[in-house]
Design a protein around this ligand. Structure first.
Ligand SMILES: Nc1ncnc2c1ncn2[C@@H]1O[C@H](COP(=O)(O)OP(=O)(O)OP(=O)(O)O)[C@@H](O)[C@H]1O
Length: 270
């Protein structure tokens, strides 16, 4: 099957996809590990300013590989990845499933890390650190240590660390998968609020149809063996999205369409 675009009914308030300026483009990417593990085949994706893109698909379809390629942590076997805007230091940041905080450092020192790696003193970026912690609701925890925080709070620190450099793109690899459902819902809501405040672009890896529909305006559905894009769905529903959206008929319709696309992905083998 070739990649298709499924477009959900239009609603007001969402910037049309075609009107968004491109930030980064993947063109016809192949990624082969070793001799014959084809993790990605012919993947193309335009990431545009303000997108919230979810990469959704079965285990092994190459979601994390795509994210690592975008983050420049690994390189494509063939194809190209091009920034369409200037890539300044801190223009891209990554949030992983594990918060991976330094246990010996305070919350504020953990958030300082990306600047520290750029050689900037903590004093010179104190305002940015305070702002990032306030954005994730941890303004009273500057001096706490990771061991004093819940799982959800640790993930908030990890998100603050990703935000602190004011990135153009935030890549998130199943950041909430290890959290309980209530914390996950809360962080989903907070992430959308955060995005509307700072206007960043997000690429989010998930296994969850429900999470992808709630958060995204573009859902890229991938199939495995070899990893590739088989559908792109647009969730043209306005932000902010509230708890009411989770129980609306529109949400249910998008979840059904996304489940159908995921079923295609599970059945696809070249
Ligand atoms: N460093 C590596 N060396 C060899 N094979 C790899 C490597 N990284 C990924 N792969 C393989 O590439 C394929 C895609 O892996 P990837 O982790 O990107 O999938 P995924 O969709 O993120 O899976 P999951 O949902 O289980 O995390 C898999 O077959 C995986 O085993």
């Amino acid at each position: 099957m070739t990649a298709t675009t499924k477009t959900a009914p239009d609603s007001s308030g969402v910037v049309p996809f075609a009107a968004r300026a491109p930030i980064l483009s993947l063109k016809n990417i192949d990624k082969v590990f070793g001799r014959d593990v084809v993790a990605l085949k012919g993947m193309s994706l335009d990431i545009r300013n303000g997108d919230f893109i979810s990469l959704l698909g079965p285990s092994g379809c190459g979601k994390s590989t795509a994210l690592r390629l975008i983050a420049d942590l690994i390189h494509p076997t063939s194809g190209s990845i091009r920034w369409q805007v200037d890539k300044t230091p801190g223009a891209l940041s990554v949030v992983f499933q594990e918060p991976s905080l330094m246990p010996w450092a305070t919350v504020a020192d953990n958030v300082w890390l990306p600047f520290r790696l750029q050689g900037k003193s903590r004093a010179s970026v104190a305002g940015d650190i305070a702002e990032a912690l306030e954005l994730v609701g941890l303004e009273n925890f500057h001096d706490a240590y990771p061991r004093e925080l819940s799982g959800g709070m640790k993930m908030r620190v990890s998100i603050a660390r990703a935000l602190v450099t004011h990135p153009r793109i935030i890549l998130m690899d199943e950041p909430f998968a290890a959290l309980d459902e209530i914390t996950r819902f809360k962080l989903n809501n907070d992430l959308l609020e955060l995005k509307s405040k700072i206007g960043c672009t997000v690429v989010f890896v998930t296994h969850s149809v429900f999470e992808s529909v709630f958060l995204s305006d573009r859902i890229v559905v991938m199939a495995a063996r070899p990893g590739r894009v088989i559908h792109e769905l647009h969730v043209n529903e306005p932000y902010p999205r509230s708890e009411e959206f989770r129980t609306s008929s529109e949400y249910v319709a998008h979840c059904r369409a996304t489940s159908d696309a995921l079923r295609d992905a599970m059945e696809e083998h070249i």
